[in-house]
Design a protein around this ligand. Sequence first.
Ligand SMILES: [Zn+2]
Length: 132
Amino acid sequence: MHEWTLAEAVISTVSQIAEKEGLKEVAEVEIKVGELQQIELDILEFALSQLKTLKLKNAKINIQTVKAELKCRVCGHKWLFEKEKMTEEIAEAIHFVPEIAHTYIKCPKCGSPDFEILQGRGIWLESMKGVK
Ligand SMILES: [Zn+2]
């Protein structure tokens, strides 16, 4: 399952940084997930809690979702994808197949369905705090 792969990557990155910084313990980790990333946050949280290493055992792991930012390829207009404005069904479809977004989302300025996703996919480590 891909949430587990992502969780492993996060834990291994955090562990490497902790090692490099000479941290005795990691206190807090902040992870950001793009809104269009195909991921189940519950599973990710569970996977993270299961994979915690010794240095991370007391770490508080915060996961935040980041809004997707889109840019029209025709007129250059940038806008934020607002999931709340979509019907549940469409939002769900986009969640599982982000490419489908092009069918439903159009540039609010010129109406073109040709846009790129500037931000809103992937998962990354935003920050971490530790004890030396
Ligand atoms: Zn446009």
